[in-house]
Design a protein around this ligand. Structure first.
Ligand code: BES
Ligand code: ZN
Length: 844
């Protein structure tokens, strides 16, 4: 494969002076840019994609240039090298693909409106103006913009506006010069936006913006969080927030979740706005996303990876800091529980499939850049590795190392080694040699622990689910044992520790490894160690309970232990009231469900088991929130009710129906925390086309993205073929389902047996439409990932293979196709070998 050409090797930009004139009506823009910099060669190139270039001038002389569209570049022949300013006139089109400069569509009081904004990461600045569009090519930016502006509309960019007076005459918005930064961080947003602002301790102006389709109160929560998180980071990183403002804007159309543009962070609405009727989970999510993007203002924006192969420096780090900061400002939320129940299982699952990428991964082709943003790897695994490192070094040495790193590299670019060096200096530990194997190798180890002849024997092997080729990889495993007298880390394949009985006599409780579940491995306890651990399961702290159950479940997924054995663990958990255990139960039940055929005796047994496990919590929590109840109770209630409704418990269904009747004329007002189950229950009870249509109408009418998601999920519970057909008809109707939300609709319907055939067929028949609409988009690979995560029959595997194997040369989805094939095959294998045993255990 040819390497990506690095244009910064021949031209080093210093400053861009950019002017854009945008027409929303025509969906076009024209512009000019003066690029000052240094040419190291007479033949240079700038990135551009789908731009028309009218002229390139040097000292008022027109230069010759050639468009090189295949390489997204324009090639220029210079009469000289050295410092110079190139002036370029260009024009472009505004398209709907949510990259470069793009519109968002929304409706206020029945009037259709548009906001224009940008998405330049990873390499889409080149769609807006010619530039060296590589993270290493840092420069300052002077940005100004004019648009078909209407009364009351505004423009925002990375920096404060300067010369607002002149704007009154010219209509041109001009912004102060940015600090030295990468092109992917430039941004603007314009249209009829409302905002609220506040100041941090240090005087930074923080602002939250959204369209006027939302109540202004929906901005308040994020504003409070953003101010406090900036205060926290300034203290923790020891570096002041680097620019005058920190604006955050929610956009109706958005490809990713959020984007850390320096000073102008952009979001999907669901990740910034909090409706008055909201859930604990959605508020925590908003706080985490804001904290994530704010972490990037230092890690990513102030100091940036040299090249995309070190993307983990940005993302793994921000994904760790979001939890560290929210935990610091809202300790009562126990926000690490969110990581334990989302990121951790996601990483442990995906990283167990052979063929997965490592956290640090080479990038040889621009099409590969998108595939780097693997949520389970660069985000979840990467941040788990960071938490592991932070624990190994201690928080003080960790924070001190970051200060060294920022002092040394601010406004510059780095590779992973630069971070390790700074952390080694602050801690005195060899960080690189500890971390390299974790970052460079795919996968993770399973630590097997057993006792033989009074020796404690620990051994490590790569943990796989499904077909694999074991390459004999090893890691330096932090043992983090709850007993003293054991080594700190283990690098060998096997260690034998003598005198186990003496060790046991000196310590209390069952031996456990990886306490607090911060390191990236699982443990397989054998023999007496397992017996001891399991006999104390219900006495452990909640994280350890979740961890123990999660580890047994993963071992069962891999076929190392029997799935049926999990049923007896579940039966011990009916008195547990924590969110962590409720989520552990949820994971196991979701695993068991795959063995249960619809309308079978086993289903009856499974349903009874579900009711037994959750009855006590249901009686404790009911539907109504108690005044001053803990946030955790709301979260447990959601899991409990959702299972009770899904197994069709009559008592719970009756109560849910009564709530629906009460709110029938305005279902959006059902308390958000129970709205999902009430909406699902109604579909299950009634399942008429009229009800489905009323949900779709509510979907179009609302501006609350959480309510929209709940409606989609509720609709997926239909068994009515007419309803399924009605929904699938909307998949291509952008006035109902926004392209950004299509993969969510697809996923929820694909998981339901009544709808699977229809939506799977739809996706194959409409593949070229999906590719055209979402091909450059983050969510495109979901159309491979979701079937792979769902299918469990040979017939579906054959269909998956027949459809996707011919597309293996498409770099955007190639890895997910080959991993998907293994994943489905492993699931089929598991179901066929374990089914009888699981059925028997459920019926016992
Ligand atoms: N830098 C990313 C956004 C991004 C991802 C842009 C991929 C272009 C390509 C941003 O910081 C991010 O990580 N966003 C997450 C949400 C986050 C809170 C985990 C996302 O978009 O999923
Ligand atoms: Zn990020």
């Amino acid at each position: 494969m040819s390497k990506v050409e690095r244009l910064v090797e021949t031209f080093i930009p210093e400053n861009y002076n950019i002017f854009l004139d945008i027409s929303r009506a025509e969906k076009t823009f024209t512009g000019n840019v003066a690029i000052s910099g240094e040419a190291l060669d007479n033949e240079i190139a700038l990135h551009q994609k789908d731009l028309t270039i009218q002229s390139i001038l040097l000292d008022n002389q027109a230069l010759e240039f050639q468009m090189d569209n295949a390489n997204e570049a324009v090639r220029i022949n210079l009469p000289e090298t050295g410092s110079m300013t190139l002036v370029i006139e260009f024009a472009g089109k505004i398209t709907d693909n949510m990259t470069g400069i793009y519109p968002s569509y929304y409706t206020v009081d029945g009037v259709k409106k548009e906001v224009i904004s940008t998405q330049f990461e990873s390499h889409f600045a080149r769609e807006a103006f010619p530039c060296i569009d590589e993270p290493e090519a840092k420069a300052t930016f002077d940005f100004s913009v004019k648009f078909d502006q209407e009364e009351g509309e505004i423009a925002l960019s990375n920096m404060p506006e300067c010369s607002a007076d002149r704007r009154q005459e010219t209509g041109i918005w001009t912004f102060e010069t940015t600090p030295r930064m990468s092109s992917y961080l430039l941004a603007f947003a314009l249209g009829d936006l409302q905002g609220k602002t506040a100041k941090t301790k240090n005087g930074t102006e923080v602002g939250i913006f959204a369209t006027k389709a939302h109540p202004s109160t929906s901005l308040d929560f994020a504003l409070d969080i953003a101010v406090r998180v900036i205060d926290f980071y300034e203290d923790y990183f020891g570096v002041k927030y680097p620019i005058p403002l920190s604006y955050h804007v929610a956009l109706p159309d958005f490809s990713a979740g959020a984007m850390e543009n320096w000073g102008l962070v952009t979001y999907r609405e669901v990740y910034l706005l909090v409706d008055e009727n909201s859930t604990v989970t959605s508020r925590q999510q908003v706080a985490l996303v804001v904290a994530h993007e704010l972490a990037h203002q230092w890690f990513g924006n102030l100091v940036t990876m040299k090249w995309w192969d070190d993307l983990w420096l940005n993302e793994s780090f921000a994904n760790m800091m979001e939890y560290v900061s929210i935990n610091a400002i809202e300790p009562s939320w126990n926000i690490f529980e969110d990581f334990q129940t989302t990121g951790v299982p996601a990483a442990l699952k995906r990283d167990a499939t052979d063929g997965v990428q490592s956290v640090h991964v080479a990038v040889n082709h621009p099409d590969e850049i998108n595939t780097l943003f693997d949520g389970a790897i660069v985000y979840a695994k990467g941040s788990r590795l960071m938490h592991m490192l932070r624990r190994w070094l201690g928080d003080e040495a960790f924070a001190a190392g970051l200060k060294i790193y920022f002092d040394r590299h601010q406004y510059g670019n780095t590779v992973g080694r630069d971070l390790w060096n700074a952390l080694s200096e602050s801690s005195g530990k060899d960080v690189a040699s500890f971390m390299d194997a974790w970052l460079e190798q795919p996968g993770y180890p399973v630590l097997t622990a057993k006792v033989e002849n009074d020796n404690l024997i620990l051994s490590q092997n790569q943990f796989f689910i499904g077909e694999n080729e074991d390459k004999g990889r090893l890691w330096e495993i932090p043992l983090n044992a709850n007993w003293s007298g054991l080594p700190d880390t283990m690098v060998e394949r096997e260690v034998v520790i003598p005198n186990f009985s003496q060790l046991a006599a000196q310590n209390e409780g069952a031996l456990r490894f990886n306490t607090e579940n911060t390191a990236h491995y699982i443990t397989n306890y054998e023999g007496e160690l397992l017996t001891a651990l399991m006999s104390q399961l219900t006495d452990l702290d909640t994280t350890s309970k979740l961890q123990a159950i999660q580890e047994r479940r993963l071992l069962a997924e891999s076929g190392r232990i029997s799935y049926a054995g999990l049923v007896s663990i579940l039966k011990e958990l009916e008195h547990e009231d924590s969110y962590l255990v409720a989520s552990a139960i949820n994971q196991v039940l979701a695993g068991l469900e795959r063995f249960v055929d619809e309308d079978s005796d086993t289903e009856v047994a499974y349903n009874n088991l579900v009711v037994d496990i959750f009855r006590e919590n249901f009686e404790r929590l009911g539907f109504q929130a108690k005044p001053d109840e803990a946030d955790e109770d709301e979260m447990v209630r959601q899991i409990v009710l959702s299972y009770m409704i899904s197994v069709g418990n009559a008592e719970v269904a009756k109560e849910a129906s009564a709530i629906y009747q009460e709110y029938k004329t305005n279902i959006e007002n059902i308390p958000a925390a129970i709205r999902q189950v009430v909406l699902i229950n109604q579909i299950k009870q009634e399942d008429s086309l009229e009800l489905a249509q009323s949900y779709l109408d509510a979907y179009v009418a609302t501006n609350d993205s959480n309510f929209r998601r709940q409606l989609a999920r509720a609709l997926s519970n239909t068994k009515n073929p007419e309803t399924i057909a009605l929904v699938v008809e909307q998949f291509k109707n952008k006035d109902v389902i926004k392209p950004q939300d299509l993969s969510m609709w697809y996923a929820v319907f694909l998981m339901k047996s009544a709808a699977q055939e229809t939506v799977w067929t739809w996706s194959r028949e409409n593949w070229s439409w999906i590719k055209a609409a979402l091909g450059g988009d983050m969510s495109f690979d979901s159309f491979v990932v979701y079937p792979a995560a769902t299918f469990k029959t040979q017939e579906r595997l054959d269909e998956f293979k027949a459809f996707f194997e011919p597309q293996l040369d498409d770099l955007a989805i190639s890895r997910n196709i080959s991993m998907g094939l293994k994943e489905i095959a492993a699931r089929i294998q598991l179901v066929s070998t374990e089914k009888a045993a699981v059925e028997a255990a459920l019926k016992a």
